[in-house]
Design a protein around this ligand. Structure first.
Ligand SMILES: Nc1ncnc2c1ncn2[C@@H]1O[C@H](COP(=O)(O)OP(=O)(O)OP(=O)(O)O)[C@@H](O)[C@H]1O
Ligand SMILES: [Mg+2]
Length: 265
């Protein structure tokens, strides 16, 4: 690695089904990392949907195509432009572009070394896509995870098809060392015990914990907040950040509240 370059950890947030909170997780994770001092980029890696573009209010005059013209970092919207603790690279202005995978691959490689974390909000995936190099999953995520050290943050629902499809996708990927699962428990349901999750995920992934959807977390989405209040991030999110390489002590509330008095290092 060239001197002065940062080590960049790249994570794709995905899962086996729609609506399990992939985009929420990607944004909340980027916000948590950014607000605790890491230079963090959120990339909208769901070209057909681009829910982050909509959520963050970015118009269609900016897109990943800018990377080829202005350069990678110059194409990233700054934190203050998206009112967040992270920089944002939007998806394509032309989502049908046949060179999309190359554009994404090029952007991710060129951003490497300029930031601490790149969090890519990705679409759901299945085994067929994982084996097909013409898809985002098989042609971009898979080589970056298998050959370039990128990681997967999986959202899996706790019952029905959101569980079955998530488990099937995890089995198809089969990279337990490179995969962490943040389970999702819809509002009003009883969360599945952590012990059960650990058993089910044995040999497939690390278990980060369960995101129990509450009125409070729905409010974060509904009011357009980028994530949790710094220091109040839930355990599943902190564990995910730490698993990706963040320093656990940065997330401790006590430090900010001054419980430790002065910093020892
Ligand atoms: N933490 C949360 N608490 C409560 N509701 C949530 C939470 N996260 C997401 N939701 C609700 O679930 C919906 C889907 O969430 P999100 O867009 O993050 O899922 P997704 O997996 O990215 O979906 P898609 O498959 O469409 O990309 C949101 O619009 C919101 O209404
Ligand atoms: Mg999404």
């Amino acid at each position: 690695m060239a001197k002065g370059k940062r080590h960049t950890a790249t994570a794709f947030v995905t899962g086996g089904s729609g609506g399990v909170g992939k985009s929420f997780t990607a944004r909340a994770l980027a916000q948590a990392l950014g607000s605790h001092g890491y230079v963090t980029l959120l990339v909208d890696g769901n070209p057909g949907q681009q829910s982050q573009r909509a959520f963050l209010g970015v118009d269609w005059s900016r897109g990943i195509e800018d990377v080829g013209i202005s350069g990678a970092m110059a194409s990233v919207l700054r934190p203050r432009e998206v009112k967040a603790a992270f920089g944002f690279l939007p998806g394509p202005m032309a989502p049908q572009d046949p060179d999309l995978l190359d554009r994404y691959g090029d952007a991710l490689v060129r951003l490497e070394g300029s930031c601490d974390f790149i969090i890519v909000d990705s679409d759901r995936l299945d085994g067929t896509q994982w084996d097909d190099s013409d898809t985002f999953a098989g042609g971009l995520i898979r080589p970056l995870v298998e050959k370039a050290g990128a990681r997967l943050v999986f959202r899996v629902g706790q019952s029905g098809s959101q569980l079955d499809d998530g488990m099937a996708a995890l089995s198809a990927v089969g990279l337990p060392e490179r995969t962490i699962v943040a389970a999702q428990c819809a509002g009003g349901r009883k969360p599945r015990p952590d012990r059960q999750w650990r058993d089910m995920l044995d040999g497939l992934a690390t278990y980060a914990g369960t995101d129990v959807w509450t009125g409070e977390s729905a409010r974060i989405v509904d009011t357009g907040l980028r994530g949790f209040e710094p220091g109040s991030e839930p355990d599943w999110l902190v564990r995910t950040a730490v698993w990706l390489g963040a320093d656990k002590s940065r997330f401790r509330k006590e430090r900010k509240g001054g419980l430790w008095g002065r910093r020892t290092r």
